[in-house]
Design a protein around this ligand. Structure first.
Ligand code: FES
Length: 159
């Protein structure tokens, strides 16, 4: 095995990272949810060879994103919330919607627009076959923060 000095960064989990699961488990399941650091319910996705992590409950109304489909809209991969079909980009947590160009034109033409970042995205990394999340602790409020309280955690456990 490589010497510890040369391989330190690639063989050790990064600081303040939290173990989620074995890579092989998420490759099989496609998605894993976990309460991270005792304070944040995180959804980790494996899709087309990439790992993604975000707050588990949808920013709109707390929907269970772990049951959403992954689809591409306007060339961007999104999770589609199973509750009201909101589309959230995997990479940035942006809310996408279809805007009508001109309401009086026929046929109606629409194009995709972004509402900006609505879902908190977290960093996810793999080290030696283990998957870790580093919580995004930016102090800027993101709408999905609302559902990261004890109250919603309890609701979801009972559901
Ligand atoms: Fe996700 Fe409404 S709760 S779309």
């Amino acid at each position: 095995s490589p010497s510890p000095s040369s391989s330190f960064f690639s063989s050790s989990p990064p600081p303040s990272s939290h173990f989620i699961c074995k890579k092989e488990d998420i490759v099989k399941a496609g998605r894993v949810t976990k309460l991270v650091n005792g304070c944040r319910d995180v959804l980790v996705l494996y899709h087309q060879g990439q790992l993604h992590a975000m707050d588990m409950r949808c920013y709109h109304s707390g929907g269970a994103l772990q049951y959403g489909d992954i689809e591409e809209f306007n060339g961007r991969l999104c999770i589609v919330c199973p509750w009201h079909k909101y589309k959230i980009t995997l990479a940035e947590g942006e809310g996408l919607y279809q805007a009508v160009d001109n309401p009086t034109a026929k046929p109606l033409r629409t194009h995709w627009r972004s509402k900006g970042v609505k879902q908190r995205i977290h960093k996810v990394t793999e080290v030696n076959g283990d998957v870790y999340v580093i919580l995004n602790d930016s102090s800027e409020t993101v709408e999905s923060d609302v559902y990261q309280t004890e109250r919603y955690r309890t609701v979801s456990l009972k559901a």
